[in-house]
Design a protein around this ligand. Structure first.
Ligand SMILES: Nc1ncnc2c1ncn2[C@@H]1O[C@H](COP(=O)(O)OS(=O)(=O)O)[C@@H](OP(=O)(O)O)[C@H]1O
Ligand SMILES: Nc1ncnc2c1ncn2[C@@H]1O[C@H](COP(=O)(O)OP(=O)(O)O)[C@@H](O)[C@H]1O
Length: 201
């Protein structure tokens, strides 16, 4: 019946259709770094600024994901891998819907970040290393976790008794111990704006 009403062709909308509607190019910004390095602060600021400039965004923060889709996972190596796998698969859904997708997760090892990169695809994966030394993050101790970890109340704490490997070749490294929030945010915008603007010519 339907064949008589509708022409027979592939009606699947693809990512380009959605990007054209939104007048933007989608990308996944993957922000990695120690707890307290500044990932969430910068991810929120970046999202707000891009929104103000007319871009549709989605923020996926490790802490938030862990209270929902990842709420059965802890901080063992295997659980972190699964945490990143699910988070990257979720990010890919938003990417394919045409959104600028900002992920802020510790993502502590090369293996873990490569998993995310492979799920999302090299061309759409923009890795940002939010870098502050362990001592600076411990001094900030935004959530009081460093004090607990140093007292032995939390096990497998990143940078203490669980590894953190610095990204080898990130698209951008931000030293939040050496520069203030505005300077860091500007670097992110300088990297991303040329990449997400849809050229109509
Ligand atoms: N053991 C241990 N190690 C590191 N972090 C811990 C730990 N226990 C709880 N938390 C809190 O969990 C947040 C990190 O979650 P992520 O999903 O980003 O971690 S990971 O990418 O799977 O390594 C992290 O959030 P951020 O501070 O925003 O990084 C912490 O609040
Ligand atoms: N350049 C900077 N960029 C982002 N945060 C900074 C910067 N300099 C200092 N900070 C401070 O570092 C802390 C980072 O905390 P948060 O964003 O929660 O880190 P994370 O999400 O990596 O755990 C905040 O208190 C923030 O004000």
């Amino acid at each position: 019946m339907a064949e008589h009403i509708y022409p027979i062709f592939d009606q699947t909308l693809n990512r380009q259709d959605k990007e054209a509607l939104l007048k933007q190019r989608a990308v996944v910004v993957w922000m990695a770094g120690l707890s307290g390095s500044g990932k969430s602060t910068l991810a929120k600021g970046l999202e707000r600024e891009l929104h103000a400039q007319g871009f549709l965004t989605q923020l996926l923060d490790g802490d938030n994901l862990r209270s929902g889709i990842n709420n059965n996972l802890g901080f063992s190596e295997a659980d972190r891998l699964e945490n990143i796998r699910r988070s990257a698969e979720t990010a890919k859904l938003f990417l394919n819907a045409g959104l600028v997708t900002i992920c802020s997760l510790i993502s502590p090892t090369e293996e873990i970040r490569n998993l995310a990169r492979n799920i999302i695809g090299e061309a759409d994966f923009c890795e940002v290393y939010v870098n502050a030394p362990f001592e600076v993050c411990a001094e900030r101790d935004v959530k009081g976790l460093y004090k607990k970890a140093l007292n032995g109340e939390i096990k497998n704490f990143t940078g203490l008794d669980a590894p953190f490997e610095a990204p080898a070749q990130p698209a951008l490294e931000i030293r939040t111990d050496l520069e203030d929030y505005s300077a860091s945010l500007q670097k992110l915008l300088d990297l991303l704006l040329p990449r997400i603007k849809l050229c109509c010519c």
